[in-house]
Design a protein around this ligand. Structure first.
Ligand code: F0G
Length: 458
């Protein structure tokens, strides 16, 4: 008998207290934080959905590994174990450890980028784009058209547009420095990429002689979707699916803060020795010797263990099913979502939820504020606060979508935390028409979402 309740496939050995605040207290906290959830302190937050990055709970096995960490400057055994796991998973021989994903991005894209170079992706994550653009190169996003319609259902909404890729490769020829496939597509709603799409990208990259890189920070979650949605993979293991995807590419970048189930770390893996040598030099100058790359031995030990644990079928079933559960319950309440529900987060369409709030009064920021006030839930706006620009008259050029991301930390919250979030949303739906927008009262020049100040509209 298979029971329908999917329980957390772990029990809790160590606990971290939550500070349960009142709505009255949160009103003061939010005002003091200038209505920007990034400026709240974590003890003011009850449920923290700001990011799934670096927020995982490690297993007892990983914590034991922390004690086993070999802190040797050169030739650390923990590095050898991490390297071995990555070689086995990716099939690439040449690996470099980095302190997080963006360090690997800076090193690789700094080496192959530069003025006149083009990078093409299903969607570049913001740090990926920033590390490309800072070299003077251009980053082009070509997700499939279906990805831009929040309510449209598609099993692999993270796919790259293959026709567009062919056109772009033909147009830019040898100026294309790399094609980057991001799995799952974080900026596009945590949506998966199919193996057949990854294969089609591979064939074109081979035809045009272009480097093909996998941004694989959520590769295990992506493998889950392939096994259950794509024909021909039913009998593969999740790790086997990931290995197959790596085999199509020339290299990979990983922020281990996601699917390696650790709080810090990353790596760069490539097929080509020469490219590895160049990247190694940059790593040593800026991050550390190539047997630690800015990580402690204990961090590398935890990564070696986490990268194996994440492919456990029981874990992945619980992980994807619990994200879907939250999405389904919110949908049933009438909360408009980015569909289908992705792997690591539920994305709310704030423009559809608050149609009475104009985009220049930031419906996503208003929703993030309301979630915090009502339930102490913290989430990030992914809309015009994050991506909006101004025209010459200082009028907002809005982003295409006004989303709020409820990113779920791995193995951290239980079913009752999620039930609590659902109850908070049920309450929010009752008076949603009276929620007001915000105006920006001060903002920095770059990445304004992290530190801008807001005030509620009168
Ligand atoms: N690539 C993707 C697809 C990411 O989602 C991230 C980080 C990175 C690269 C950079 O990795 O943070 O270790 O330097 N995403 C986090 C998030 C920040 O909240 O989605 P990093």
């Amino acid at each position: 008998m298979e029971f329908k309740t999917i329980i957390e496939p772990f029990k809790i050995k160590s606990v971290e207290p939550l500070h349960i605040s009142t709505e009255e207290e949160r009103k003061v906290y939010l005002k003091t934080a200038h209505y920007n959830p990034f400026l709240l302190t974590s003890d003011q937050v009850i449920i923290d959905f700001l990011t799934d990055s670096g927020t995982s709970a490690m297993s007892a096995h990983q914590w034991a590994g922390i004690m086993e960490g070999d802190e040797a400057y050169a030739g650390s055994e923990s590095w050898l174990r991490m390297q071995h796991v990555i070689q086995n998973l990716t099939g690439f021989e040449y690996i470099l450890p980095t302190h997080q994903g963006r360090a690997a991005e800076r090193i690789l894209y700094g080496n192959i980028g530069g003025k006149g170079k083009i990078f093409i992706s299903n969607t570049h994550f913001d740090t990926t784009r920033a590390n490309i653009e800072v070299t003077g190169a251009e980053a082009i996003d070509i997700p499939i058209a279906e990805s831009k319609e929040p309510s449209l259902l598609h099993p692999f909404k993270g796919n790259m547009d293959i026709e567009q890729l062919k056109l772009q490769l033909a147009k830019h020829g040898k100026n294309v420095a790399a094609v980057i496939l991001t799995v799952t597509n974080n900026s596009g709603g945590g949506q998966p990429v199919s193996m057949s799409n990854a294969r089609a990208v591979s064939e074109l990259c081979k035809e045009f002689g272009v480097l093909y890189i996998l941004d694989c920070c959520r590769i295990a979650e992506n493998a889950y979707f392939i096994k259950h949605r794509e024909e021909g993979f039913e009998n593969y293991s999740y790790e086997g699916i990931a290995q197959e995807m790596f085999r199509l590419t020339d290299g990979a970048i990983m922020s281990a803060k996601k699917d390696a189930l650790v709080n810090m770390g990353g790596f760069l893996a490539v097929k080509d020795l020469e490219l590895w040598e160049e990247c190694k030099n940059t790593l040593i100058i800026g991050e550390g010797f190539n047997t630690y790359g800015g990580l402690s031995g204990r961090d590398m030990e935890a990564i070696a263990i986490g990268l194996k644990e994440v492919f456990d079928p029981g874990y992945l079933k619980y992980r994807i099913r619990s994200t879907t559960y939250l999405g389904e319950k919110l949908s049933a309440l009438g909360v408009p979502l980015m569909l289908p529900i992705g792997g690591h987060a539920v994305y709310i369409d704030a423009k559809a939820m608050y149609p009475h709030i104009a985009v220049d009064q930031y419906p996503g920021q208003a929703l993030a504020g309301e979630m915090y006030l009502k339930g102490g839930i913290r989430a990030a706006e992914i809309g015009s606060v994050m991506f909006g620009k101004y025209d010459d008259n200082h009028k907002l050029i809005p982003h295409t979508m006004e989303l709020v991301r409820l990113a779920i930390p791995r193995r951290v919250y239980t079913q009752s935390h999620i039930e609590y979030v659902i109850e908070v949303f049920a309450d929010m739906m009752k008076n949603k028409d009276s929620v007001r927008g915000y105006k920006i009262t001060s903002e920095p020049k770059f990445l304004r979402h992290f530190s801008a100040h807001f005030a509620p509209m009168g």
